[in-house]
Design a protein around this ligand. Structure first.
Ligand code: AMP
Ligand code: MG
Length: 351
């Protein structure tokens, strides 16, 4: 792909109309959502969606999430069960993605040839304005090179995809900060969480009045050959990784600190009482709030990744803090796995 100029556009009325026209003619636009920035294309245009895979260098077997304005638009793409309607009524617009049996209107490239499609309705007002003005469902995976940390600001998008895409819509920092909860609802009697996010298994279970299973984390080997990996490659153990090797610790102990290399970056969950202006010491939240921590997670990981450290040591979120803590720990566990792979088999963050 030739190098192109990447512009960050303010959300003026003229710019929004212009970007909707760009999307309608089959080009890409990075847009803010409440979870992370998405790299959007007209989901009904197979060639436009191919461009997402090229820009992200995403493998063709990793399907895209389609964003819609509402349940009516979702019904043009998927078979909507009574369970899906219940969940959409309760959680849409918001960070819940439903995997549903697809209709033939959805191009194969979007679902990577699966007979299901993943759909969500975003809450971010600019995502909704763009969806409304474009008048099409928008396929939009996170706007980062495949496997790297998701972007939560326009500057993050430019750092990863600058020179590969033309337009980024500036919606400021994302309010949630971690990707949506993905629920497999192909069979509404057997709902299963494929990726934890801000909406918890318990909340979903209460609405559906039935138990909700938690999908197992998939190792790269199983993903190659197994059913779960084939269904959702985003479950891969190795994902969301900084370039610097990352170690996840449950609690700071003398042993953890002693074993850390000299130029290690330390990321605390909560600001330590003794924290002064020490180089390479970071935290996700000042007062121990899971929402603040999720909002800051990717920006802090990126900062630590830039610090030319030989290792990042990060504390897991207290599980008592609920769904967002579970989502943070899920992402960190996957980011950490990379370190355990032998150096020669570890893919570059942009692979
Ligand atoms: P993202 O890159 O954050 O947009 O997440 C996309 C992820 O959604 C993929 O990696 C899959 O794990 C999941 N996904 C998308 N479409 C499907 C589908 N049809 N069936 C199961 N999982 C899906
Ligand atoms: Mg992603």
């Amino acid at each position: 792909m030739n190098k192109i100029t990447t512009s960050i556009l303010r959300p003026t009325r003229t710019n929004l109309r212009r970007l909707a026209a760009v999307l309608r003619r089959g080009e890409l636009v990075a847009i803010p959502t409440e979870t992370v920035y998405g790299l959007a294309a007209n989901a009904l245009d197979a060639q436009a969606c191919q461009k997402i895979f090229r820009a992200k260098r995403r493998p063709a077997n990793d399907p895209l999430i389609v964003h819609v304005l509402n349940i009516d638009q979702a019904a043009t793409l998927a078979e909507i069960s009574p369970a899906a309607i219940k969940l959409a009524k309760r959680f849409w617009p918001g960070p819940l993605t439903l995997v549903l049996p697809r209709k033939s209107s959805v191009p194969d490239v979007v679902t990577s040839g699966r007979d299901s499609v993943a759909i969500r309705s975003p809450l971010h007002p600019l995502a909704r304005r763009i969806l409304g003005l474009t008048g099409r469902p928008l396929a939009a995976p996170s706007a980062n090179p495949f496997g790297y940390i998701s972007p939560t600001t326009p500057a993050h998008v430019r750092a990863g995809l600058g020179g590969r895409i033309r337009y980024i819509l500036d919606g400021g920092p994302c309010a949630v900060g971690v990707e949506s909860t993905i629920l497999d609802l192909r069979d509404s009697t057997k709902p299963r969480i494929l990726r934890p996010g801000a909406i918890s298994r318990q909340e979903i279970s209460r609405v559906l009045r039935c138990p909700v299973a938690l999908g197992q984390r998939v190792s790269p080997m199983v993903a190659k050959h197994g059913e779960a990996g084939a269904l959702a490659p985003g479950l891969l153990e190795q994902h969301y990784s900084p370039k610097t090797p990352l170690v996840l610790v449950r609690r700071w102990t003398a042993g953890v600190i002693r074993r850390a290399p000299r130029n290690c970056a330390f990321i605390h969950f909560k600001k330590p009482a003794s924290a002064g202006r020490v180089r390479n010491v970071f935290w996700l939240t000042r007062k121990g709030d899971a929402r603040e921590a999720a909002r800051n997670l990717y920006a802090v990981l990126r900062k630590a990744d830039k610090g030319r450290c030989s290792q990042i040591c990060i504390e897991s979120a207290p599980s008592a803090l609920g769904a967002l803590a579970a989502a943070i720990n899920d992402r960190l566990t996957r980011a950490a796995t990379k370190r355990q792979a032998p150096a020669h088999s570890s893919p570059g963050p942009e692979g």
